[in-house]
Design a protein around this ligand. Sequence first.
Ligand SMILES: [Zn+2]
Length: 276
Amino acid sequence: MKYIDIHSHLGFEDYGADKKDIINRMKDAGVGTIAVGADLATSIEAVKVATENENVWACIGMHPTHKPEEIFSEADYEELVKNPKVVSIGECGLDYYRLDEKTCPIVNNSDCSTIGIKEKQKADFIKQINFALKYDKALMLHIRDGEVKGGAFNDAYEILNKIKQEKGLISFCGDIHFFTGKLDMAQKFIELGFTISFVGLITYVQDFDKIIKNVPLQSLQAETDAPYVAPVPHRGERNEPLYVIEVYKKIAEIRAEDPETVRLQLLENAKKVFGI
Ligand SMILES: [Zn+2]
């Protein structure tokens, strides 16, 4: 394996009849990926595609807004997590970008105020952090701010730091996927033990160059978040894990470092965090 796309949704319905071709293209180029679930159904699909393919691993769990009516329950994931191809829990976290009625949990006595939706997200997040710790799996975090810059990042940091203190942890193991925070926040999460990963967006916007240049190479990872946000020269198309090669190249270019050195280190980072 030469490259790992640490976050794709290969188990999503966007990949149908041509999934085999996509995986063959990955194999030919030496690309592996972690297929990430966003609810129970897509977690089951992620484990299925991982079990069937040597170069695919799985991340199981619940996205903060993907399926608002679902509440995270360990019991639902207890069987899945025992599969040896499961390397991570998530994508879980806080998403304050979408706090409208569409993300209100449709359960009895549900509180659809902004505060109510945030509380539901926080409760699911805490359960998944504890689940990951219980099974010694890496965390795949999804953190996205709403109107208040730093709002979701600050709350996620507080939750993690509190658990770290309470449990006397030396460090967390995991990654903040599709990182969109500021440099100081990146550094705070790195101190907690996380890596941060970037998607194809960095091939056409410069907003994250400063962070990519200023954090240690050991704290970076590359991903596609496929089927979304395809990198240049595939922008606008359905994304696939093969295109992570463009993200690797761009990280090397932004840091003005040797592409081969960057490739080897990013591969090493993924192996270390996810135990691959
Ligand atoms: Zn994702």
